[in-house]
Design a protein around this ligand. Sequence first.
Ligand code: ADP
Ligand code: 5GP
Length: 199
Amino acid sequence: MKQGRIIIVSGPSGVGKGTVLKEVMKNNPALRFSVSATTRKIRPGEIDGVHYYYIDKPRFEKMLENHEMLEHAEYAGNYYGTPEKAVNDALAQGISVVLEIEVQGALQVMLRRPDAISIFIAPPSYNELGRRLNGRGDTPPDVAAERLHIAVQECLNAPKYQYTIINDTVSEAAAQIQAILTAEACRSEYTTIQLKEDE
Ligand code: ADP
Ligand code: 5GP
């Protein structure tokens, strides 16, 4: 059985992580998306248990206390975290898991799980990121301005990731992630050669 891998995907809010990952997951149905817990309010169109588990702050803190999170971070005034059990269960079945998380959490996972694949998605330019954030229609201008401000700091952390992708077009970015996944699956330490003759 092939070993499951953790695939960390980070990048500023609005860069297109969700859009690109949707394309990648469509072409890789065996990949599993890790559903995070968050204290932020649900957005129109989002579904509890699909996009996030929407929980309150005391519940989130309880999960932290019980060591139920693989990583967590505070981002723009809300908590976000990856429930660890679901990740471990998938890996134990040989299923690779995509964590779409921000930089502070990604750095925690890189330390705790050094075999994780880490990918940073960057925008083609600052102005284009602003256009995408504001064009999404679900982010008020003051929230978008705060996220744009955080984005600069996030991009400065890109060199800490194994791979950086510029999301110019969705199809190109998805193809680049596919190329990374294909190459990673061929790494010698994850490949078993059958040396015995067929029975
Ligand atoms: P994130 O998940 O990183 O917050 P989204 O996937 O929600 O970002 O994308 C933010 C907005 O940018 C959406 O309106 C999406 O359609 C648009 N978008 C994503 N990728 C591209 C791209 N390569 N070119 C133009 N617009 C894009
Ligand atoms: P949003 O509110 O736009 O859904 O997410 C805000 C930021 O939090 C994004 O950068 C997103 O990738 C990140 N995020 C989502 N889930 C998690 C998580 O479980 N942990 C961490 N550290 N960040 C997360």
